[in-house]
Write a protein that binds this ligand. Structure first.
Ligand code: ROI
Length: 173
C-alpha cells in the first residue's frame, strides 16, 4: 500500500528550527497514509538568498506513502501552515518551516503547483548532501549518480550537526 518512495527536504531558520523539524516529522508520520522511513542528520547552512537572516537548519527524510503527489503536497503545506508559515512577505525570506518534495519515485511532472524532480536541487548543497547521506546510490534525473551531483555542487561550509530527527512511532498529543 504505502509503496511510493518520496524524499522531502526540510528547512527552518525561525523559532527553534530543530524543534520545528522534529515536530514536522511527528505530524508527517502521524498521517495514516504516510510513514517516515529515514531522516538524515541535521545540517546548518548559511542562508541562500538574502543574507540578513539567521542560518538555516536543514535535513532530508525518506517517506513512504500511498498519497498522490498533489495529495502529499496539500498535506505538507497544511503542516507548514500549522507551524505558522505564511506565504506573504519577502521572497526567499526567513521561514519557520519549509517542506519540499524533492523526488517522488522516478516521476516527472511540471505544473503550476508542483515540479518533480524539484528544480533547485543541483545547486543546493543543503539538499544534496543530506540526500546523499540517506540515499547514496540514487541515480538522478540526468542519469548520473548523486555522488557526481554532490561533487559538482558548490560547497560552502555546510555543517553537519551530531543530531538526527527521531522517526518511528509517536503518540501525538
Ligand atoms: N537557505 C538555506 N541555507 N536553507 C534553506 O532551506 C533555504 N530555504 C529557502 C531560502 C530562503 C531560499 N534559503 C535557504 O527557502
Amino acid at each position: 500500500m504505502m509503496s511510493d518512495v518520496v524524499y522531502v527536504g526540510l528547512g527552518s531558520n525561525m523559532d527553534n528550527p530543530q524543534e520545528q523539524l522534529q515536530e514536522a516529522v511527528k505530524h508527517i508520520h502521524n498521517h495514516e497514509q504516510v510513514s517516515v522511513q529515514t531522516c538524515s542528520f541535521l545540517y546548518e547552512s548559511s542562508p541562500m538568498g538574502p543574507q540578513n537572516q539567521s542560518n538555516f537548519i536543514n535535513a532530508v527524510c525518506q517517506l513512504n506513502t500511498s498519497l498522490t503527489p498533489i495529495e502529499l503536497l496539500d498535506f505538507l503545506q497544511s503542516v507548514e501552515q500549522l507551524h505558522g508559515r505564511t506565504r506573504v512577505g519577502e521572497r526567499w525570506g526567513p521561514r519557520t518551516l519549509d517542506l519540499d518534495i524533492l523526488l517522488f519515485n522516478n516521476l516527472r511532472m511540471d505544473n503550476d503547483r508542483l515540479t518533480l524532480p524539484h528544480y533547485g536541487m543541483a545547486d543546493r548543497e543543503f539538499v544534496l548532501v543530506p540526500l546523499f547521506e540517506i540515499a547514496p546510490d540514487l541515480i538522478m534525473q540526468d542519469g548520473r549518480r548523486i555522488s557526481v551531483w554532490v561533487k559538482e555542487c558548490t560547497l560552502d561550509g555546510l555543517k553537519r550537526l551530531p543530531i538526527k530527527l527521531k522517526t518511528g512511532e509517536f503518540s501525538f498529543q
